[in-house]
Design a protein around this ligand. Structure first.
Ligand SMILES: *Cc1c(COP(=O)(O)O)cnc(C)c1O
Length: 438
């Protein structure tokens, strides 16, 4: 086998036909059977991640802790079924996600409803489907939750989204920076205090906890330890001032994943253990009752379970400039490169034995010059029309961000890793695309 393969995730391998495999399944066979572009997801990897998080959280925080899957990372029916089986809660941010979870028979009492702008209709819809927890982002929303709950004669469990003023990229608590956010109530401006007083005063709101989320692709536990410290010190201040102590503390998501071999691997269990130790220290120092801890990973639950398979169309060499390899997908199935210039690993899925000495730019098929899937990709000199390319680590924020730009149908999702491969989401048809046109 080829020594140029630096597998960034243990579910990757190559077989004797020199084809790339995901969870042992030959991706060229899957491409033939289901067509391209094709999203693959390794169910075993997702279940393994879910179990790693749950076990680590139980050990570090206790059996009343919760792991919530931030389902905006990848939202389709089968995933909610898997999370239900694994005893994982879910974060939802829209009625569409709520409807999908309901379709999966997900127990909605374990769902947490986020978003910085829940309309009255959203709030009503979520309450009617029994969403357990609302994470309130602003005062208008608190009033609206109270009013909808009153109409239903219930007391709605609510957490407040707080912004602790931590910049995840400098690992420092700052007085501005992340205080300036469209999300939540800042702890440093008095707005969080006011929100707590408001929530406590509303008869149909039951304030159960605080929530915070500092960012994404965070590789260092330091950020979480700092967040925990800011949140617990704040909790202690509020307890002194207002006599209120929350039952739940949600410390957010955001652990990083490996898109390329330059990204470090996060030891999830070790990080959670470190957070657990700091939690115990801080609670005893500050004389707080240990809260029930929630963590809400999205990306790190599903990203490296995923892969996208494309077929090469043209190979265009512009002498003295570069070689463009165009594929049958693009920004419609991968918005992250166009949005953030994200880096990925791209492999020649059916030529894994050949030396990769040709530097190319992999281009998408959309009518937009910014539709570049990846620059500086090394491929075999023999690359040509009909070859397969695999883009790795596409399980998070790909299908969920996919669009129909250029009226391109969205790819299907095929699950591998737990028995025979099966279709979780079918390919969109041209009839699907035109179904809404009157
Ligand atoms: C997006 C999001 C997450 C998940 O972030 P990841 O980087 O995908 O782990 C968790 N909590 C909230 C509130 C979010 O908005």
């Amino acid at each position: 086998m080829n020594t140029q393969n630096d597998w960034i995730c243990p579910n990757l391998s190559a077989n004797e036909r020199n084809h790339l495999c995901l969870a042992g399944e030959d991706v060229a066979d899957l491409a033939k059977r289901y067509g391209t572009p094709l999203y693959l997801m390794d169910e075993a990897r997702i279940r393994n991640r879910a179990q790693t998080y749950r076990t680590a959280a139980e050990q570090a925080f206790g059996s009343d802790s919760r792991i919530l899957y931030a389902s905006k990372a990848a939202s389709f029916k089968r995933l909610y079924e898997i999370m239900r089986d694994e005893g994982i809660g879910v974060d939802v941010v829209s009625c569409g996600e709520i409807a999908t979870a309901c379709l999966a028979g997900y127990p909605m009492g374990n769902a947490f409803f986020h978003s910085n702008n829940k309309t009255d209709a959203d709030i009503a819809y979520a309450m009617d489907r029994g969403v357990g927890f609302f994470v309130a982002d602003n005062a208008e929303e608190l009033y609206a939750i109270d009013s909808e709950a009153e109409q239903r004669q219930i007391k709605q469990k609510v957490l407040l989204r707080l912004t602790p003023g931590i910049d995840p990229h400098t690992y420092e608590a700052v007085s501005t920076g992340k205080v300036d956010s469209k999300f939540g109530f800042a702890t440093q401006t008095g707005q969080a205090d006011a929100a707590i007083m408001l929530a406590l005063s509303l008869p149909h709101v039951q304030l159960v906890g605080y929530h915070c989320h500092i960012g994404s692709q965070v590789f260092d536990a330091t950020v979480y330890l700092q967040t925990l410290e800011v949140m617990l010190r704040y909790t202690a201040t509020v307890k002194k001032k207002l006599g209120f102590e929350p039952k739940l503390l949600d410390i957010g998501g955001g652990f990083g994943v490996r898109y390329t071999s330059n990204d470090p691997e996060v030891d999830i269990a070790a990080n959670i253990a470190a957070i657990g130790r700091r939690l115990d220290q801080l609670c005893s120092e500050l004389k707080l009752t240990k809260p029930e801890i929630c963590m809400e990973p999205g990306r790190s639950m599903v990203a490296d379970a995923g892969m996208t398979i494309y077929t090469v169309g043209s190979v265009k060499d512009i002498p003295g400039y570069r070689t463009y390899v165009s594929v049958d997908g693009g920004m419609t199935d991968n918005a992250r490169v166009a949005l953030y210039g994200a880096s990925y690993t791209v492999l020649p899925a059916d030529k894994m034995n050949e030396d990769r000495t040709l530097t190319v730019t992999v281009a998408g098929r959309c009518c937009e010059s910014g539709d570049i899937l990846q620059r500086n990709v090394l491929l075999p000199q023999s690359v040509r029309r009909g070859d397969l390319l695999a883009m790795l680590t596409t399980g998070a924020y790909h299908y969920s961000m996919a669009s129909n730009y250029n009226r391109i149908p969205r790819p299907p999702i095929v699950m591998v890793g737990c028995g025979a491969p099966y279709l979780a989401v079918r390919r969109e048809t041209y009839d699907d695309l035109t179904a809404l046109d009157q």
